[in-house]
Design a protein around this ligand. Structure first.
Ligand code: ZN
Length: 100
């Protein structure tokens, strides 16, 4: 999958995707990625293998689509339903095809 320069997340929030050698936070020495909700930035460490980049992209996407789980006290079935609709929408919007 080609990782583009934009990630269109939950609620159509658009994040800039930034691939850099080092994730710019003090605690990010070992991080491969980071989702900065406040500034709508998704960082992915450059120099990773394609598979690792795609996994990191998915990881950050999951942070985005699971954000409501941190806020609301949901039952498992409720969050699976939320995940079903939001994850489906985000995967489609970002044209995710990991078979490429
Ligand atoms: Zn994480």
């Amino acid at each position: 999958m080609k990782i583009g320069k934009k990630y269109i997340g939950r609620g159509d929030v658009i994040y800039d995707v930034i691939q850099e050698k080092k994730i710019p936070t003090a605690t990010a020495e070992t991080l491969d990625g980071l989702l900065d909700y406040d500034n709508q930035l998704m960082f992915i460490r450059s120099g990773l293998s394609q598979q690792r980049k795609e996994q990191t992209f998915l990881h950050e996407m999951f942070h985005d689509v699971t954000w409501p789980f941190e806020v609301y006290d949901l039952k498992k079935e409720e969050y699976v339903c939320l995940l079903e609709s939001d994850l489906y929408a985000v995967l489609r919007r970002n044209k995710c095809n990991f078979a490429e």
